[in-house]
Design a protein around this ligand. Structure first.
Ligand code: BDP
Length: 715
């Protein structure tokens, strides 16, 4: 199996044949439009039931009294066929009601998209072997459940690459334009719809103005056409200085009349082609990108310019809070701490944004690190809609070569209680709008899917895409439940498979944190290159503002108000007090907030440096168990996917040793404090490759030097 169907394989399961008599044979689609998600749902049911149970169904539009039919439709359509309608529980937009207890199986959506979601839910239950009678309503926690693809139209040569994507070229773009063949775009929309994702931003946040030429707008309309039957809306990222770059104006000042007119015209043209266009995503004044500050306007002025153009059409402007200037780290107001930037930049703007602006905030204050506190900005915008940006393609967490199941990390962030105004304020209740009475809000998941049949570069990484959709629908879902459902749908119902994948996945984030960066010092990857391998030295010598502040005696960033960058003071009072004080800061964030001697004793009883050594050994030891665990599944999984996963697990187990030894050696060299278990200085069983007799290999110096023991590698 290639993996192309992801979790929508609809494989049969042992005993499925016993249920064939119970499965309805007629599917009645109450909504009749050819592009209606309801019809998509009906066809999906037909396909799924045939695949799981080996029985054929007819799809019709006529409701009859046939006892074995599945009726699927929007609430409105259901009510208009009201002869014997039953009372449907309260639903919100995109929600659905699923009832298999009566004469007819009912799948009723609040809207047409909701009905499609209901069909996917029903099929997911059947495919997991759950054929018992059920009756329940389900509605999403948030209206914004979007995917961000960082796809480039052109990348130097002719490719459409995906920034921070590990699954091959763009499924949307090639050679500067939208691909002719959009089969993969439709398949992607199907996968996304099945987990409740309702919009995709199709191009990179580092956007290019050429997305707005008429050829590309026509191309975008073609993508929107293949998305529409799945209820997935299309949106795009904008380059802020497009009016200038395209030669329409000589400024991109958001107060300039011609600039305003330009954006209104662009927006109107997009809606002419794509009436259900979702909206814009804007990265401004960040990492060299222009923005409103370039023209001495506020971030709100910039966001509102787009929001005004979108408003008459019902579109949304997602305005990113990832605003910082990497050239200018000595900016005094940030106190030399990039973690302070977002709150400082949005200071005073909370009441300034239009209703259809959503501020999109990365989960932590820096940048998708293995361990960050939640971004304090979530506590500062009670009058503004917010969305949380999560990275499904784990750029700093092993890039889908290492196994890292992200749901536990995301849930820690979502459940964190910010205690705004000393009241319960879990982050998930801020983004869903409940805490501050907002109607808009939600999630943006940076997915990085590509043309590779595995979509993300690795079969196991697909559990992260699945979990993203599930948590955006219901952030209180359990990480293991999500995973087990995914495993059954993707691989097998066998207990051994389900339990083994759960064991490996649930151990994977702690293991990666163990052998990469501990105690809140971040992931310790190289900063300026690919963000992949270990390079702890680069943390203290880069213009991007991530620091460990390590010297011979001490390590960690002092972010206290009393002595440091005052970042702890950006949190609401109770949380600020907790992070201000070493004794109340949790161990896993202690070096994020405090600069401490290597000999500081943690709450665990270990010293900081011994924790580093042990965590690196334990984390990499866990990673060593993954290939052996996977091997037990050899006879339960098809060979193609078994081998593909095994190859990565074996490689990652080896790479975890590179991580372990380079980080441990680096801090041993800095601190000169010996490992109490005497593992770091002496590697008794190791033979360096460069010391062997080499045939056909040459010895090279490694840069950074600490990424290889003895500073050498063979190639
Ligand atoms: C960084 C990525 C970079 C993105 C940037 C962003 O390395 O590729 O452009 O975030 O989110 O983590 O804008």
């Amino acid at each position: 199996e290639t993996g192309l169907d992801g979790w929508l394989r609809y494989a049969s399961f042992p005993g499925a044949e016993d249920y064939t008599d119970q499965i309805p044979r007629t599917i009645v689609a109450l909504n009749t439009s050819e592009v209606s998600p309801v019809l998509t749902g009906a066809k999906e049911l037909e396909h799924g039931i045939a695949s799981i149970f080996g029985v054929g169904c007819d799809v019709s539009h006529e409701r009859s009294d046939d006892a074995s039919s599945i009726v699927i439709g929007s609430l409105e359509a259901y009510m208009s066929h009201a002869e014997e309608s039953i009372e449907i529980p309260e639903l919100i937009e995109d929600g659905f009601y699923l009832d298999t207890t009566g004469k007819q199986t009912l799948i009723i959506g609040k809207n047409e998209r909701g009905a499609l979601y209901g069909a996917f839910e029903y099929l997911s239950l059947l495919a997991q072997g759950n054929v018992s009678s059920i009756s329940y309503a389900s509605s999403p926690d948030v209206p914004i459940r979007w995917i961000n693809q960082w796809d480039n139209l052109r990348d130097g040569g002719t490719h459409g690459s995906v920034e921070r994507g590990y699954g091959g070229d763009s499924i949307f773009f090639w050679d500067g334009v939208v691909r002719e063949d959009l089969t993969r775009a439709a398949q992607y929309a199907r996968l996304l719809a099945s987990i409740g994702v309702n919009a995709v931003i199709v191009n990179n946040v580092n956007a290019n103005e050429t997305i707005l030429n008429s050829t590309n707008m026509d191309g975008l309309a073609r993508i929107a056409d293949v998305f529409r039957p799945y209820g997935v809306q299309l949106g795009i990222s904008l380059y802020f200085a497009s009016p200038q770059a395209l030669g329409f104006t000589n400024t991109s000042d958001p107060f300039d009349e011609q600039v305003i007119e330009f954006w209104h015209n662009v927006t109107d043209s997009l809606y002419e082609r794509i009436p259900d266009f979702a909206g814009y995503l804007v990265k401004a004044n960040s990492e060299g990108q222009p923005g409103p500050l370039t023209y001495n306007r506020t971030l709100a002025d910039g966001a509102n310019m787009f929001a005004k153009a979108l408003d008459p059409h019902g579109g949304i402007c997602m305005f990113r809070a990832f605003v910082y200037d990497h050239q200018n780290l000595n900016e005094t107001r940030w106190k030399d701490d990039r973690a302070n930037a977002a709150v400082d930049f949005f200071d005073g703007l909370d009441t300034q944004f239009m209703e259809n602006v959503v501020v999109q905030i990365k989960y932590g204050p820096i940048d998708f690190q293995v361990r960050e506190p939640v971004s304090p900005l979530f506590a500062h915008l009670p009058n503004t809609a917010t969305a949380m940006e999560l990275q499904i393609s784990p750029e700093y967490l092993g890039q889908n070569v290492h196994l890292v199941y992200l749901s536990p990390l995301w849930k820690e962030i979502l459940d964190f209680d910010l205690r705004v105004d000393e009241q319960a304020s879990p982050v998930k209740s801020i983004v869903n709008g409940q805490r501050f009475n907002k109607t808009l809000g939600g999630y943006a998941g940076v997915a990085g899917a590509g043309m590779n049949d595995t979509w993300l570069g690795s079969h196991l990484a697909m559990s992260n895409l699945y979990a993203y959709g599930r948590l955006a629908w219901n952030p209180s879902s359990d990480s293991v439940d999500i995973l087990n459902a995914w495993t059954k749908l993707t691989f097998s119902h066998e207990e051994l498979v389900v339990n083994t994948i759960a064991n490996m996945s649930m151990a994977s984030w702690p293991a990666y944190e163990g052998y990469s960066g501990n105690l809140g010092v971040q992931t310790l990857t190289d900063i300026l290159l690919g963000h992949y391998g270990p390079n702890p030295a680069s943390q203290d010598d880069n213009p991007w503002g991530q620091w460990t502040r390590a010297d011979a005696d001490t390590i960690g960033m002092d972010r206290t108000v009393k002595n440091g960058t005052a970042n702890a003071g950006q949190y609401p009072k109770e949380i600020a007090m907790m992070f201000e004080d070493v004794s109340t800061t949790p161990d896993d964030l202690i070096l994020w907030f405090h600069h401490l001697p290597y000999t500081h004793v943690l709450k665990s009883g270990e010293t900081v440096i011994q924790h580093f050594y042990d965590a690196h050994y334990n984390g990499s030891a866990t990673s060593q168990t993954f290939p052996a665990q996977w091997e037990t599944l050899k006879d339960c999984i098809d060979e193609e996917r078994y081998e593909h996963v095994m190859f990565r697990l074996v490689y990652a187990a080896g790479h975890s040793l590179v991580w372990r030894d380079s980080i441990n050696n680096f801090y041993f060299n800095k601190s000169s404090i010996a490992d109490t278990a005497d593992r770091v200085e002496n590697h008794p069983y190791r033979i360096e490759a460069e010391d062997m007799e080499l045939d056909g290999y040459e010895i090279y110096d490694v840069s950074p030097f600490h990424a290889a023991s003895g500073t050498k590698c063979i190639v």
